[in-house]
Design a protein around this ligand. Sequence first.
Ligand SMILES: [Zn+2]
Length: 672
Amino acid sequence: MTNTLLTDAPLPAFGAIRAEHVEPAIRQLLEENRAAIAALLASGADRWDTLVVPLERMHHRLGKAWSPVGHLNGVMNSDELRAAYNACLPLLTAYHTELGQNAELCAAYQGVADREAAALGAEQRKVVDNALRDFRLAGVSLPAERKQRFGEVMERLATAQAKFDENVLDATNAWSRQVTDERELDGLPANAVHRAREAAATAGQDGWLLALDAPTYQAVLTHAASETLRREFYQAWVTRASDRGPHAGRWDNGPLMAEILALRHEAANLVGFANFAEYSLATKMARDPAEVTEFLLRLARVSRPAARRELEDLERFAGRPLSAWDIAYYSERLKDERLQVSEEALRPYFPLPRVLAGLFTVLGRLYGVRIVANAAVETYHPDVRYFDVLDRDGTPRGGFFLDLYARPKKRGGAWMDECVGRIKLAGASALPIAYLVCNFSPPAGAQPSLLTHNEVLTLFHEFGHGFHHLLTRVNVPSVAGINGVPWDAVELPSQFMENFAWRDEVLPLISAHVETGAPLPREMLARLQASRTFQAGMHTVRQLEFALFDFRLHAEYVPGQPPRIAETLAEVREAVAVVRPPEFNRFPHSFQHVFSGGYAAGYYSYKWAEVLSADAFGAFEEHGVFDAATARRFLGAILERGGSRDAMEAFVEFRGRPPEIEPLLRQLGLAA
Ligand SMILES: [Zn+2]
């Protein structure tokens, strides 16, 4: 039987991937790579063509084999796949550490830098510079004993982080709430009620079964008139994988969090950094911890007074002090009363097929691409569709899998991931392929999925990432698309795209009433736009709370002492928050961005990149949102160049000056 992960097909053959393929395929690829690298070094290869090109090719191949495994583990989780995925994590981590610590290989790259400096293009130079930096960050020049310890730390870290994710997923899946008295569902949107009805039928239960997936959780917190139901959901959600709540202690991430922080600190120390925050910044746009902290505190000074006023206003409206599980509910009612904008009332105007078609039109007008569904490509679930991206003249640029609906065994949230990276080097050629994943409510019966405007923003956001990956012109995979882009600049194209979903020129393209086909009426449009700054202060301080908590947790870690997780969170809240969550709140225990994702000591990146994206979008506001010359410059300076150049230089080339914070403050209605 052939192992489909080892074939050279352009796209994954999802139907043929078996859990038992995974470990043998990865083991074989790692062995082949090790042998090939040893042979290269033995031959004295130290040139771009003889060293870098073969390495880029072998890692492209490894990435392509591993990508569908990681993806399926996230969106079609099963016990077998999870076990296979987990069996490979330590193998891959060990391989990467070994590579990063290979002094001979580092010397060969140094050889390329020294001997070919004049001949290398800027893109090639960046590849070599990044490689040399990463050797240093992996401890290439450490004594053997410390090198080995660094490897052990990284391996254990990968396993601990994966376990953190599993605990969150299991805790989320384990909880649901049966409702038998229909009155308890008062206020809930029809689609949420419909899904709960179906879930109960599937489970052979009476009434309605509300799961703890993100759309249901949001629906309950925002719309359920029953405070009891809201509180139960809130409690279940914010205590997931912790020592509190309905499954207290069952999947408690507490010990893993302590271990993860300790391991990160140790790894940073081993390679010469005072703490993990400094280590994290070594690959980012921000220069040092002080710059990050000052940036966040500056935003806090501007937004906290506004947030305080907004909360007072909200409590006046509610007529009582509000608990954490009341905020979204009363905010929605207040927004409804004051602006006559309700997310639910907007849903019928945003049927998913219309939003997608409009979004494709926007991308076409901006970048001259055509997006065409291709039903011939095999996917991994009936809900998932594949699309080709073509140039104006029909030349293929890449493609993407679109997986939009929430379902059991699928990780929550929304994200873009690389399925295949772009490569065009001697002996290898591939176009970029992406996975675009959301968790929207599935179609209810014959009716298409209807999106809130907030979900429309999420879709635009992920397509922003997707087209950063798909429109790249870079031929070397390690700096193509989002690869090699600093984390704090990677949200620039995504948050940039969100801006379009607020505009007069765009909303008629993406809205059409599900029954009448009418676009969003002008006055509704104006009210929707006015709602953009609604509670912007409260929203901003919440993001600042997450960002400061994450950054300080890593910057202030003291080895040998228990991590100050709850204490740091309390101090940060004291400094920036306005809403005080209840004592049982354990949100860090499910904070995957920071404990298991790539945002450790990097959550600030969202705000950092929001400054960049608001300022970049300002150029479109000045010249027209579909201005061809501006779009061409954005494409040429940023999207097509990926990680092949310095992020600040790219921004300055596009905007003609360094980024400014004022456009973001104006966008949020927080400008002085
Ligand atoms: Zn994003």
